[in-house]
Design a protein around this ligand. Structure first.
Ligand SMILES: C[S@@+](CC[C@H](N)C(=O)[O-])C[C@H]1O[C@@H](n2cnc3c(N)ncnc32)[C@H](O)[C@@H]1O
Length: 219
């Protein structure tokens, strides 16, 4: 997807993907990762997700990144939290009390920016990317995440022939192919969901499944 596509969606407030509740898979399975509560964690393509608030409440320090400064400002403003904005090369750091959210392209992020991070929560990032971009996304993710890091990944599965826009359908075989060379991949749960954009139904999407993975970067 072009950067402009996402920035325009934020400008027009077309953010149907934003959830007003904490993600159910995050609150159910984060504990399975067995992390120290004060450890830094990463939320790729974070938007203004309240999942970052939940992670903060568990004691984590947050690193996030999104293309849209509007989203990051909204995260702090809607949380009544002061923040500082600091230029850092091609990125801008938005620094809150327990978080550093980078504004810019995920692919510009470096391992230094994620120093100390022990886990990532990917909801709405991998599935936001068209098929041809997912390999680069995973390569970069594994380049910048420290060894031993874990990823709690949530994907969506539906008949991709009916719609060709995000959130894309990403099947277990693809997740395995994307991550298997450097990671262990475990399916934690797979369950029907009605969390698909309403207009998908008009295109004939009658059912969808969410799948939750625990991925460990082993090398
Ligand atoms: C489907 S939304 C999910 C947002 C968030 N994870 C959530 O669950 O609400 C995808 C987000 O990815 C951001 N995004 C897309 N491409 C990006 C890129 N190359 N670098 C950083 N952010 C990107 C968009 O601005 C958008 O906020």
């Amino acid at each position: 997807m072009l950067r402009k596509f996402w920035v325009d969606r934020w400008k027009r407030n077309q953010i149907g993907f934003h959830q007003v509740n904490y993600n159910v898979w995050l609150t159910k399975y984060w504990v399975n990762l067995g992390l120290a509560s004060s450890s830094p964690v990463f939320v790729p393509m974070c938007g203004k997700s309240l999942d970052m608030r939940w992670l903060e409440q568990q004691g984590h320090l947050i690193r996030g990144i999104d293309l849209a400064g509007i989203a990051l400002e909204a995260y702090f403003e809607e949380g009544n939290e002061d923040f500082n904005r600091i230029a850092q090369g091609s990125l801008t750091r938005y620094e809150g009390l327990n978080s550093v959210l980078f504004c810019g392209d995920f692919f510009e992020l470096t391992a230094v920016d994620l120093d100390g991070v022990v886990a990532a929560f990917d909801r709405g990032a991998l599935v936001a990317l068209a098929p041809g971009h997912r390999g680069n996304y995973v390569d970069h993710m594994l380049r910048v995440l420290p060894e031993g890091s874990q990823i709690l990944l949530v994907t969506l599965e539906y008949d991709q022939h009916l719609v060709s826009e995000p959130p894309f359908s990403v099947l277990p075989e693809e997740v395995e192919t994307l991550y298997e060379s450097r990671c262990s991949v475990e399916v934690l749960e797979s369950a029907p969901t009605d969390l698909v954009p309403p207009h998908f139904q008009a295109h004939g999407v009658e059912s969808a499944v969410e799948c939750v993975y625990r991925i460990i970067k082993e090398r």
